[in-house]
Write a protein that binds this ligand. Structure first.
Ligand SMILES: Nc1ncnc2c1ncn2[C@@H]1O[C@H](COP(=O)(O)OP(=O)(O)OP(=O)(O)O)[C@@H](O)[C@H]1O
Length: 250
């Protein structure tokens, strides 16, 4: 199974990615591309290799084989900091906010990582407040995130990502832990913001409703290999995908 052929202007292209941990071949010859202004999803049963792939793409792990191009530059062997500064930002499966800082401080804290040697943050407080307002979070700006609902914490993380004007946002299971209504609201919000700002997103998600309503292109991993790639309609009908998910008891 190969990915959609790379096109000029693709934000992210990975080809032939393999990664093993001891005897476990977590990824085998995986390729994917993410086009600008689209939401692309990566799905697969538990243990399929999704997190490993995200860690390879973001530079947390180095692949054993394969190449990664980001905005036309070969970044396959660069560190996570360098990729973040180049505009590749991510959220994590678990919410990562500092409870001792306010919501406003949390979203501004992300900015420092893009400025080496302690320069001024790229985004101003005014912009951060405007973004928080847009996400319905202004009333929480000066409170600790510890008191927020899970869905609001996810929104805070998204604001933190957006303040860096990223070229690519990787959302790692953003809807995990949300109830169906929260997930639905989150989907609508992400879809709206993505359209308005022409964002490029790679979404890793278990919740099929979320994936099917947001993504225009879906990659499916199973046992470390890409078993399907296509539009939501194509992937939903794909025999191998159905089998992989039924086999995993999902
Ligand atoms: N640091 C590691 N050391 C050893 N094995 C690992 C490591 N990370 C992942 N693996 C193994 O690689 C395979 C892929 O795991 P990975 O976490 O990438 O899957 P996943 O699709 O993200 O799963 P989930 O949906 O459960 O998060 C699994 O067999 C896992 O046990």
């Amino acid at each position: 199974m190969t990915s959609r052929p790379a096109r000029d202007g693709d934000v992210l292209t990975a080809t032939g990615i393999s990664k093993s941990f001891g005897g476990v071949r977590a990824l085998r010859d995986v390729g994917l591309t993410v086009s600008p202004g689209t939401i692309c999803a990566l799905i697969g049963p538990n243990g399929a290799g999704k997190t490993t792939l995200v860690n390879v793409l973001t530079g947390v792990y180095t692949q054993d084989a394969g190449d990664i191009t980001f905005k036309g530059q070969d970044i396959g062997r660069t560190g996570a900091d360098r990729r973040a500064r180049a505009g590749m930002v991510r959220t994590f499966q678990r919410v990562r906010l500092f409870p001792q800082l306010s919501v406003l401080e949390n979203v501004l804290a992300g900015q420092w990582s893009r400025r080496p040697f302690g320069g001024r943050p790229a985004a101003t407080k005014e912009r951060a407040l405007r973004e928080l307002e847009e996400f319905g979070l202004l009333k929480h700006a000066h409170r600790s995130p510890a008191g927020l609902t899970f869905a609001d914490c996810r929104r805070v993380e998204l604001v933190r990502c957006l303040l860096g004007d990223p070229a690519l946002i990787l959302l790692d299971e953003p809807a995990a832990g949300m109830n169906p209504e929260e997930a639905q609201r989150f989907v609508e919000h992400v879809a709206e913001v993505q359209r308005e700002r022409d964002l490029t997103i790679l979404l890793i998600e278990h919740n099929m409703n979320v994936v099917m309503s947001l993504a225009s292109w879906i990659y499916v991993l199973d046992f470390g290999q890409l078993i399907a790639a296509g539009t939501p309609g194509e992937v939903r009908r794909d025999e191998r995908v159905i089998k992989a998910y039924l086999g995993a008891g999902e």
